[in-house]
Design a protein around this ligand. Sequence first.
Ligand code: CA
Length: 176
Amino acid sequence: EPEHGATFNVYLPRYAGPVEDTAPASAAVPNETGDETVLLVEDEATISEPLAESLGRDGFEAEVAATLADAREAIRREPPDLVLLDVMLPDGDGRDLAREIRQGSDVPIVMLTARGEEIDRVLGLELGADDYVVKPFSSRELTARIRAVMRRGRAREQRSPLEIGALRLDPASRTV
Ligand code: CA
């Protein structure tokens, strides 16, 4: 009997139940045991200081950047789990940073906008932002948005197909 290469048996776990039940394998998924990190890009200390405090109370590790330059540096140093991004910053427009971030990352972005700024659903989507809140907002409202955006991000990651060589596993359609 001639041998025709090797035989591989591949066992795939059955998809069962809602996506929340499956343990994410990706390293990009926020750490469930440690605090999730939030980069708060906001130049007004009257907003950023109390907000960072309330985020801390809600179990997030908040880092504040007051300029686009500081934000870029913070992201390079340690990519956050979520970015809260003001629009009007001393050294430029937060929307430009949102586009920059999107070129290399799926990190959730929530825009912090002032009333009258040109941000709506459509523009937010063009920027790649996941959500926005209009100032003044309550920390309770913001935390709810953050949690919702992070949940959606995790679900999206788990549903995206996993490709290993020629093998493509698609949890959404449950096909190989
Ligand atoms: Ca501002």
